[in-house]
Ligand binder design. Sequence first.
Ligand code: FEO
Length: 399
Amino acid sequence: MYQVKKIKEDLYWVGANDRRLSLFENVYPLTHGVSYNSYLMLDEKTVLFDTVDKAVDQQFYENITHVLNGRSLDYLIINHMEPDHCACIESICTKYPEVQIVCNVKTEAMIKQFFNFNIDGRTVIIKEGDKLETGRHTLTFVMAPMVHWPEAMVTYDCTDKILFSADAFGTFGSLDGRMFADEMDFENKMLDEARRYYTNIVGKYGLQVNALLKKASTLEISMVCPLHGPVWRKNIGWFIDKYLKWASYIPEDKAVMIAYGSIYGHTENAAEILASALNDLGVKDVMMYDVSSTDNSVIISESFRCSHLVFASATYNLGIFVKMEETVHDLVAHAIQNRTIAVIENGSWAPSAGKLIREQMAKLKNCTVLEDNILVRSSVKEDNRAQLLALAEKIAADF
Ligand code: FEO
């Protein structure tokens, strides 16, 4: 049965929620599903903005059929070619043979890569600033390369001031009957998942996201319709400000994230002593994460939020403890900047984790890696405790 949402007088959400998917992109754990958003505009011409993942295609087709109510589909605008949004292009073309695909040249090439059906003669190739008149609405297009793939673009409805923002301004999490961010406690219940979505998926491309935000700042925006998560119609500036920080690698909070990799608990003990000392010194926003049991996506997200990062690792096979190695590699791959970083290592006979982590952290731009070299030999001793208290004081001095 159809399940649609009216967004504006002539605009409908025709997407669907997926609560069965456990790993988004087969990488990122989903704790409360995800929505695949597609929008259908009923103007003199009918316009579909993107499609959905194949996992929810039946719901999607029922939604479109209901909203079109016998009308034909004139345009399918493809803002992003990742299969979580474009899986149904061929089926839409089969169901609505008269539909024209509106896309840029990079998208056209990707359609040919992903599909085998013939799109020749059914594409309208647009470039930045081109306009598409659909009746009451005038749509224009803004290229958004690497937000999140090279072909990505966003569409702006000049008439109703709506930005169809593709992956930008999305979030993990199903919609659960709601449509707008102002219908939920977004800051307390969704922001963490919005950050985890953005930082892990698009976080590496801050430069490109900033370029899009700069272009968007010239537009009057009354509503943002992303491809995942709720639609924004109120307090849009608050969310844009989050994006400005994330894209510029500016810490969102004065806070300390301590990620630790501990085999028998001694490295964890060192991390615990540091966290406790920070609290005693008045640093209240301190979070500890065991890299063995915490998904990397959480640690990446927290690294974007926090101003100070501490990595405490055991040595393993003359290297970094394997779970910590993955975390460090992932963090460097996300090119985080502007952080103060501290390293604690443990090694019973040939400690090397500290040096190797420092070598990785040296690749990050504008990061200060504190020189304090805290080496735990198997278990924390009094001299280590004193070093940890001194490190806490150094970090607390920044707060
Ligand atoms: Fe939601 Fe980059 O796709």
